[in-house]
Each structure stands twice: as C-alpha cells, then as structure tokens.
Design a protein around this ligand. Sequence first.
Ligand code: GLV
Length: 331
Amino acid sequence: MTSTSGRPAILIARKVFPEVVAHLQQHFDVDMNETDDVLSPQQLAQRLQGKVGVLTTGSERVDAALLTACPQLKIVANIAVGFNNFDMAAINAAGVLATNTPDVLTETTADFGFALLMATARRLTESEHFLRAGLWNRWTLDMFAGAEVHGSTLGILGMGRIGQAIARRGAHGFGMRVIYHNRSRLDPELEGACKAAYVSKEELLREADHLMLVLPYSAGAHHAIGAPELAQMKRTATLINIARGGIVDDAALAAALRERRIAAAGLDVFEGEPKVHPDLLTVPNVVLTPHIASSTMATRTAMAMLAADNVIGFLTQGQAKTPLNPEVLST
Ligand code: GLV
C-alpha cells in the first residue's frame, strides 16, 4: 500500500536516531513515534494502518491480533537481536518478513557481560554506595573482599555469537577455564578458538565460579535458572544475566542472594521489566542495570541502521540482510 505521495508508508514504533529516520525517508513516507513511550497494542495497530513496514523494539509485541488488524504489513524489523516479542508462528502464517539485528552488537554486548561480571565479583556498586553514603572511615584488610575473576571457572549457558565472544574474553584475557552448555555442541574448531569445553547443565551449575546467561528466551528457557538450579551452584558463585528477563526466576534469585546461597548476581534484564522485583532492590549483593548491554552510541546506531536497511532492502528489492524467516523472501 502506498501513501498519498505514492511512496510506501512505514512506521518507526519508537524514537530512533535522526540519521536512521533520514535514511528511511529517502525511500518511504515515514510516520514515527517521536517519544520513548511504548505504543499500546491498540495504538500500534492504529498507527500501522496503511503501513507496509515497521521498525520495532523488544517492547512492541507482534502477534496474530496485530497482523490481522494490519493485513497490508509486509515486514517487521526488530531493533534487537532477541525477538521474543515476535510470535513467529503468526508472522510466518501471515507471510510477513521478520528481521533482527545480530552481529553488529556481539562484541559490545560481550564487553558489557564482562563489565557486569567484574562489577559483581569485585562488589563495585556495593562498595561505591558505601563510600557515597559517607560510611568509609577506615581501611580494613577484608574490605569488600570479592571473588577472584582471573584463573576462575567461567560457565556460559547459551553459546551463540555473544556467548563465544564472552568465552574468548574469559579464556584469552583473564586466563579463565571456560565451560559451556548449549542446545548443540560447537564445532571443535570453534571450541578451540573459544578455549571452551562442553559440559552438561548440571556440571555447569556445579562447577562455575561465574555463571553467565546468554541464551535466547523461549518458552522452554522460562525459569531455566530457578530455585533448584540455584541450589546446585557454589555458595561462592556469581550469576550474570544479560540474556532476557524470565530466564531467571527473579523471586527465587532474590531469596538465594538474601540467604547467601550464592554470593552475588549481576542483572541487566528482569521479569516484567522495566519493573524490577522489589526483593532484588533490597539485597546488597546484586548489581542492577537497565537493559543496556548493547548500549554504546555506535552499536545502537548500527542496530537501528541494520533494521532500516532490512526494511529498505526488502521493500525496494525483495532482499534483507538478516531475515529470521528467509522462506518469505522466496515466495
Ligand atoms: C537486546 O536485548 C537485544 O535483544 O538486542
């Protein structure tokens, strides 16, 4: 469907960088939500009337109800590598192309995973709060004594591109022993490059000094780390979640942290975010960040540009750089 100007019309569902808007405006009539407020499903359906494409973020759900209300939609381009906001069965059934933004955020996200691991193990925010509160009046030998990072065992649950980038940092940068668990084992060549050994989930939980979660969210991954899994971890272990809210049972984690059944956690993602489980706000041994693992200006711009390129490529030439359901391209 085209707009009154004769050009296809698209929607940008959230505020994005001006250069991304300008890039899209070369090809389309662009309607955009110029705020950081999330459109409700009804508002989204309404704004999508007459539009053939949309740039979404993880906050907008694309499901059968939306697709039925917007039958002219041809492409949904997520500005995120994760796409659990997409009902892929409904999108496939509607013959709509879905795209995400892999690769451009891999190294930046792995950097952040390591930042969160370091901050958690070495009690960075806890000690800063102590200092800011004016409580530092003497030095003591065991002051904020944390967990060793170099030479320790790094466990990685989910060994996709980001997991591998974290493994390389741990093995090559910090001399860590790296073990991982994944649905499928990596090729020996990749395992060698990451210096990572494949283990069962049970062994991963038991052996890791630092357990990093990097797996995609799916119904099967819901509460992959809950009370039973936390109980298998070392009491000295740290848990880092840069994957998705819902993979960890946040209530169970808060209880484990309060009772010191594990030493500490670093969390960038939460169940029901931007809400955070109130119990997590009251335990000291957790580092909390607001879903910013890929957030550098360069990377967030690259993600939005890739989503824009997918929309432009598909609507002008029938091609997309990072399709999730490429079968749609050949129909
Ligand atoms: C962020 O969480 C992403 O999926 O890119």
